[in-house]
Ligand binder design. Structure first.
Ligand code: PBG
Length: 330
């Protein structure tokens, strides 16, 4: 009140150099994790219809993508297999096959591009015929403790293949502790755990389920294990529990509609905090850009900067490669 004209906020916005001087948050390639979808075969690149510009890659193509990502300085990739339907089962046993698609690809990437970090989901949904992240009882319940045994084994199988970061996305209670104990007992003391700590039962995962081939088969929804989008305090409890059980890094998911959660988590705990700009967020932005309704280069960087401003140390984004290229050109 009464500060104008002594105070003119526009002074600091008048030119590029002043804007650069007062800029508070800077998006960098070091903030990006690039999720890749995998498929069997050789030389295969298969478009994901609901995610224009995103493809399922066979192992050889994923290695090429990893090389490109590493050359741009992207620190890590997150791998998601589209398991052949013949290998899916009610119990999701293919998750424990040490020669499954994701394990073969981890090994190939770590051999060709050892300097890039590899993050792998722990959850059964790419492997179960019912599309759930856990084991389903006859009565239709997702069984918590029985699932933990599978998840622990799945984590060990992936770590033996060379995975650097285990990212449990299943939302079973106690999984971080169970996996951490198993890793320590097996001598894998350096494996990081990035917990999908606050993961909501979201409609924004639709295109992902197309990409990994579980949307057609998913029975019901995931609301008995993923969080209610209306809740915030509960997210803080989830994060606290996972940190106590041995998570190194925590993630909030989805991203853009949940940046308030990111902010609260970062303020409360001050730990490395990540968010996942999920498939539906990608589809929304990419779809509008394809129609000429949004300027793609600008919305990619603006949306990712929003994550940084909210408190993220890093972002999983299908735009990661594109963003890295844009940041390099700037
Ligand atoms: C599976 C998993 C999902 C995503 C990451 N891991 C989907 C789900 O929980 O149904 C979503 C990622 C995205 O939408 O991009 N456990």
């Amino acid at each position: 009140m009464g500060q104008f004209p002594k105070t003119r906020m526009r002074r600091a916005r008048q030119s590029d150099w002043t804007r650069r001087l007062v800029q508070e948050n800077k998006l960098s390639v070091d903030d990006l994790i690039w999720p890749l979808f995998l498929i069997d075969g050789d030389g295969v690149r298969e478009p994901v219809d609901s995610m224009p510009g995103v493809e399922r890659l066979s192992t050889d193509q994923a290695v090429r993508a990893a090389e490109r990502a590493a050359s741009l300085g992207i620190p890590a990739l997150a791998l998601f297999p589209n398991t052949d339907p013949s290998k899916r089962s009610p119990g999701g046993e293919e998750a424990l096959n040490s020669n499954n698609l994701v394990c073969r690809t981890i090994a190939a990437i770590k051999q060709a591009v050892p300097e890039i970090g590899v993050v792998c989901d722990v959850a059964l949904d790419p492997y179960t015929s019912h599309g759930h992240d856990g084991l389903l009882s006859e009565g239709g319940e997702i069984l918590n403790d029985e699932t933990l045994e599978m998840l622990t084994e799945q984590a060990l199988v992936q770590v033996r293949a060379g995975c650097d970061v285990i990212a449990p996305s299943d939302m079973m209670d106690g999984r971080i502790g169970a996996i951490r104990t198993a890793l320590e007992n097996a001598g894998h003391t350096n494996t990081l755990i990035m917990s999908y700590a606050a993961k909501y039962a979201s409609a924004f995962y639709g295109p992902f389920r197309d990409a990994i081939g579980s949307s057609g088969t998913l029975k019901g929804d995931k609301r008995t294990y993923q969080m209610d989008p209306a809740n915030t305090d509960e997210a803080l409890r989830e994060v606290q529990l996972d940190l106590g059980e041995g998570a190194d890094l925590v993630m909030i998911k989805p991203g853009m509609p949940y940046l308030d959660i990111v902010h609260r988590v970062k303020e409360r705990f001050g730990v490395p905090t990540y968010a996942y700009q999920v498939s539906g967020e990608y589809a929304m932005l990419a779809g509008a850009c394809d129609r000429g309704w949004l300027d793609r280069e600008r919305v990619v960087l603006e949306s990712l900067t929003g994550f940084k401003r909210a408190g993220c140390d890093g972002i999983l984004s299908y735009f990661a490669l594109e963003a890295a290229e844009l940041l390099q050109r700037k």
